[in-house]
Design a protein around this ligand. Sequence first.
Ligand code: SD4
Length: 348
Amino acid sequence: MNRRKFINLTALTAPLLSFSKVTESIPAVKPIMISTWEEGKNVNKAAWGILSEKGRAIDAIEAGAIYVEDKISCCVVLGGNPDRAGFVTLDACIMDENANCGAVAGLERIKHPLSVARKVMETTPHVLLVGDGALKFALQNGFTIENKELSIDAKKEYEKWLKKSTYKPVINIENLPVQVENKDGAFTMPLKFDDGSFNHDTMGMIAMDVSGNVSGGVTTSGMAFKMHGRVGDSAVIGAGLFVDNEVGAATSSGVGEEVIRTCGTHTVVEFMRRGYSPELACKKTIERIIKNNKARAKTLQVGFVAVNKKGAYGAYAVQEGFVYAVKTKQVDRIFKSAFFYKAPKSED
Ligand code: SD4
């Protein structure tokens, strides 16, 4: 083919190609809601009303967060484990389809940190507010200050921790305490509470609405018994959460430091931009974490879950045990993430 013919052909097919790209990017499964851990199933349910009524993905994210943040009686957000000085300090972030984002870190005594992050996004010229400044901002915006008592569960855990005072993040803390055998083989069963909620300290969420717009959010009390002042990935855009409305989104759970070191979710989204499937994009990023941590990889957990613009989703984790919940019109279930290291047998 000579050059002129090639140019003519390109001119003819270009509109077709760009048209087919547009149709391809319309997801078959939208709306879709994805949340981390077993508790994600309840979160998806809480957010689904908005998505099924053709609401915005960003509103679904906030609704999901409010649902978990309200459960301050057990393990979540304000009810979560404190830092080693005995304070529960919250990290949260949110990002919408226009790359608007907001975050808070080290926020204390506010029940809905993700809603504060949304206010940062929508009403300030900034992305991240921390500590006292974040608290003052929350109070100025009508959020009320909560009691500083630890939840009963957190108090028990903290008292136990004070006896040893060692910092060793627990792999899949969300899945404690028991390993059971079922027809799929060994599977870690989560701790389930009387109100039907499951153990977790971090909730990562991704939503795609009927318009195909993608948003995400994370809300957490962070790593139990972290140093006072420590901020994890859940407050860092590009680490615990990243959304690119042309490509998709990813969120993470696990040891936040490792996620920050790899700009984890941003890396996942960039791999998807290159054409990798969500699972493969998560896997490539996990491989970087493992490569950076040859000596320690077997003792840490990081999991990524991602969705692309076509509505395909997938996850990958360092260790077995990371799970995520998906809700669409057809699907409402928990998936086990693919992983690099199989969980050691209990006698190991
Ligand atoms: C953090 N990534 O603070 C959070 C903790 C977490 O499952 O995800 N735990 O580092």
